[in-house]
Ligand binder design. Structure first.
Ligand code: KG4
Ligand code: ZN
Length: 365
């Protein structure tokens, strides 16, 4: 086994084009030598969501720029890179294809190994990149496209305990912002507005809490918010800043409640099997939300469980997580070749029944 691995990672599965270089030496913590992210918010702003064709074209234009910037920022030369890791799914297929083709070009031109990475594995392994968390651990993955509870047993071995049966929480945050005229991405704007709001003013539903298991649902919450908004508009023919803040606070409180109650269930299942490793890690863009983090921390405290959440820049999409997940695969002796395919769907737990539906950020895995 070699002593040091230096991996160049590429990410382009949704609306962030990213390249990063991660290095790990034997016995040492992994290091992010550079992590470059070019977002596409401006390109999609007029459409109220990510337009797949626009995203794919922008990725194709930006990927090599990201790679050059990551190399320059890290001071690493291409000759020092051991392998190219790339998100090969799940995601918007045009974007994933752009990344896979760019990675194949680099791997062929430099004669380097190519490693296809599952985007969800990138998020799910982030606690190992940031805090060297040992396997197994319970992971709550909450993003704009996904929401699932996973037990991480190994770099490519996950068991899904449950997931959303319709929208992901990030989609619900984004939709809420759109309904209230707040900027995209919705998560940060809703969180900001909620700070000055009264969470008790609107009694929004907590979907699926009455049913056993760890599955979640967020689409009813979105609809309830729309009705609450329309009722105010009908009464006062418009929304005040305070109305917006109260709607955001009530919405966020409902999401927090649903995530916490379902996390308690998942934690109970996980701890029954893994009492010696009481760890909950959270990842994905929605994990940037401070109210959600604080509430999950209290759930963990009540269950004698350690809670870990990555720094904000590593919650949302980035290529450092892809480079690191690639490093873990590569170190385990796994790699792909030029037959690597871009996959719109790619569940982490192949044995779990498929989650239905397709969100605005592509198919649910
Ligand atoms: O992980 P990510 O960057 O992309 C996906 O793989 O989906 O997550 C993006 C999502 C968006 O829906 C965004 O609104 C949400 O994460 N998000 C947040 C916050 N920051 C980003 N949601 C709630 N609160 C936040 N502070
Ligand atoms: Zn993501």
């Amino acid at each position: 086994m070699q002593d040091t691995y230096t991996i160049l990672g590429l990410e382009s599965s949704c609306d962030d084009t990213a390249a990063a270089i991660v290095r790990q030496s034997r016995g040492a913590a992994p290091e992010i030598l550079a992590s470059v992210v070019h977002g596409q918010n401006d390109l999609h702003a007029a459409f109220g969501g990510v337009v797949p064709e626009i995203a794919a074209r922008a990725h194709a234009e930006k990927l090599d720029i990201c790679v050059e910037e990551a190399l320059a920022a890290s001071g690493v030369r291409l000759a020092e890179v051991d392998a190219i890791a790339v998100t090969a799914g799940p995601g918007l297929i045009g974007g994933v294809l752009s990344g896979v083709m760019c990675a194949k070009g680099l791997a062929a031109g430099l004669n380097l190994p190519l490693i296809g990475v599952n985007h969800l594995a990138g998020h799910a392994l982030t606690p190992r990149l940031t805090d060297q968390v040992a396997f197994p651990y319970l992971m709550l993955l909450v993003s704009g496209g996904h929401c699932q509870f996973l037990i991480a047993h190994g770099p490519e071995k996950f068991t899904r305990l449950g997931g959303t049966i319709d929208d992901a929480p990030g989609e619900a945050f984004d939709k809420t912002a759109r309904l209230l005229g707040l900027p995209q991405p919705g998560g940060p704007s809703v969180e900001q507005a909620a700070k000055s709001g009264d969470a008790r003013r609107f009694a929004l539903p907590r979907p699926l809490l009455d049913r056993p298991g760890c599955d979640l649902s967020f689409s009813g919450l979105k609809t309830a918010l729309l009705r609450a908004r329309d009722a105010i508009v009908a009464e006062k023919s418009g929304l005040t800043e305070q109305d917006r803040a109260d709607l955001c606070a009530s919405f966020q409180a409902a999401v927090v409640d649903v995530l916490c109650k379902k996390t308690e269930r998942a934690l109970t299942l996980y701890l029954a099997e893994n009492p010696a490793q009481p760890v909950l890690a959270v990842a994905g863009g929605v994990a940037a939300n401070q109210a959600i983090r604080a509430a999950l921390l209290s759930v963990c405290d009540a269950h004698g469980t350690e809670f870990t959440a990555p720094p904000l820049a590593l919650c949302t999409d980035n290529a450092a997580m892809i480079a690191y997940a690639g490093l873990e695969r590569f170190r385990a002796g796994n790699r792909d070749d030029m037959r690597l395919a871009a996959r719109p769907r790619w569940p982490l737990d192949q044995r779990a029944p498929a989650l239905l539906g397709s969100g605005k950020k592509g198919a649910k895995a």
